[in-house]
Design a protein around this ligand. Structure first.
Ligand SMILES: C[S@@+](CC[C@H](N)C(=O)[O-])C[C@H]1O[C@@H](n2cnc3c(N)ncnc32)[C@H](O)[C@@H]1O
Length: 445
């Protein structure tokens, strides 16, 4: 793998002020030194963000995405130019160098602008290192074109996990896709509006029923947003609810068991189901409420722990979009491999098994359960589905017709769906997802 990552609108490096670069360095520290996701780090600094012009915010965001996609390479290039390692506590200095390097290598910012900004930031935060920042960032600038063509280096644990599950060749294709800025996909409240909206929004109509925008930018300004005619949802993330809805009768009683922030709840409600949307997080349920309000769709919202909740009647269908590593969303969250590890996976897998068993208890005989995770790891997908079938006598797989959704190659041995960012490469890819559908056998007793 080599080449430069693609980026969202980059703002204008020449005009980007020192404030936007300081903001980028602060966010890089929050993410890489404190292990916070970029979106959360931005939310926590809403005030600082609000003081920046939209152009400067866009610039900082673009630099950070480029940095996380290229971090392995950038750190190696910085280290190769240091005569001795930076002190452990010089994290801000390293982040200043990282931001300058990401600008010059991936956004092609002229070296004079990036170096000048880096030196000014170093003088302010730790003047002892301003000479070093000057020298190293200049040398990085001289080599920027060369560094741009070097192979991508990702976090070792992540690479190992991908190769172990999918082999070196597929892992390389997935990693290549992780270098690209993903397109924006929309799910529609009424799929009959697809052709008209595609024209109005300059979008491609997808075989999954949604739209893919041909350009990027602020979606809230686009036609149909205010009226709730659509919501943003990756094409892969749109499939589990579609796969469930195609098996249920109109007005079926459907439980969305891990529902917030609610992309799939909206799809189920738009598909005509009577939806109960349950989640343990009040904060995330608030977003679900906002989404329902905007789209005018309805669901009965429950703030409950799925593991202990006991419904008064059983459901015709259950959707379980279980908490997981989110390793299928690295295109959108390129920091993930750098701030996560396999350490938490064992607990997640236990939770996924327990949630599957809880979901099954809430399903009526003859009903359908769809289990999904936005993970690339078999441990959270294929292995969970197989273990569930092993321990659940009345469960049968109901095979998914993958060709109907334009992903015929995604069907896997169990009759389940395995989506990865290496699919649809000519169209702009899709997130990684696993989807299995089970039917509860009617009792023969
Ligand atoms: C992958 S997200 C769900 C995304 C959602 N289905 C959507 O499409 O927008 C997983 C959700 O599971 C919730 N969750 C985690 N443990 C839970 C539990 N024990 N009971 C209910 N919800 C839980 C989290 O709060 C989180 O919102």
């Amino acid at each position: 793998m080599s080449g430069k990552p693609s980026h969202p609108p980059r703002g204008d490096a020449q005009r980007a002020g020192l404030d936007s670069r300081r903001y980028a360095v602060t966010l890089a520290s929050a993410v890489l030194d404190q292990g916070v996701f970029l979106d959360d780090a931005m939310s926590a600094r809403a005030e600082q963000r609000s003081k920046l012009a939209p152009r400067d915010r866009a610039f900082a965001h673009a630099v950070l995405l480029a940095l996380f996609r290229g971090l392995g390479r950038i750190d190696a290039e910085i280290d190769a130019r240091l005569s001795k390692p930076l002190p452990e506590n010089a994290t801000r200095v390293r982040n200043i160098l990282r931001i300058a390097a990401a600008e010059m290598v991936f956004l092609e910012t002229p070296a004079y602008a990036a170096v000048d900004a880096a030196v000014r930031m170093a003088k302010r935060s730790d003047p002892r290192f301003s000479g070093l920042v000057n020298a190293i960032s200049r040398r990085l600038g001289e080599a920027a074109a060369d560094i741009r063509t070097k192979p991508t280096v990702t976090a070792a644990w992540f690479e190992k996990a991908l190769v172990s599950d999918w082999g070196a060749e597929t892992a390389a294709r997935i990693q290549e896709a992780h270098q690209q800025q993903p397109p924006i996909d929309l799910s529609l409240r009424a799929e009959e509006t697809a052709a008209a909206l595609a024209q109005e929004l300059d979008a491609e109509a997808l075989p999954t029923g949604g739209l893919r925008l041909r350009s990027s930018g602020a979606v809230t300004a686009l036609p149909g947003f205010e009226e709730g005619a659509w919501w943003v949802q990756d094409a892969a993330a749109a499939l589990p609810a579609k796969i469930l809805v195609e098996t249920t009768a109109p007005r079926a009683k459907v439980l969305d068991l891990c529902a917030a922030p609610g992309g799939k709840t909206l799809q189920l409600a738009a598909g005509g189901a009577e939806v109960t949307a349950l989640d343990v997080s009040d904060k995330r349920l608030a977003r679900l409420r906002e989404n329902l309000k905007r789209t005018g769709l309805r669901a009965d919202i429950r703030s409950e722990d799925a593991l202990s909740w006991a419904p008064s009647t059983l459901f015709d269908a259950v959707l379980l979009d279980a908490p997981c590593s989110a390793s299928g969303t690295v295109r959108r969250h390129p920091e993930l491999p750098w701030i996560k590890s396999l350490a938490g996976l064992r607990d997640l897998v236990t939770l996924q098994d327990n949630l599957l068993d809880a979901a099954w208890r809430m399903l009526r005989p003859g009903g359908v359960l769809v289990y999904c995770t936005c993970s690339l790891f078999k441990a959270e997908g294929e292995d969970r589905a197989a273990a569930f079938l092993d321990r659940t006598d009345d469960a049968r797989t109901r095979r998914i017709a993958a060709d109907r959704f334009g992903v015929p190659e995604a069907i896997c041995d169990g009759g389940w769906l395995r989506l990865t960012p290496a699919l649809w490469t000519d169209r702009g890819g899709m997130d990684g997802f696993f989807v299995a559908r089970f039917e509860k056998q009617a009792s023969t007793a």
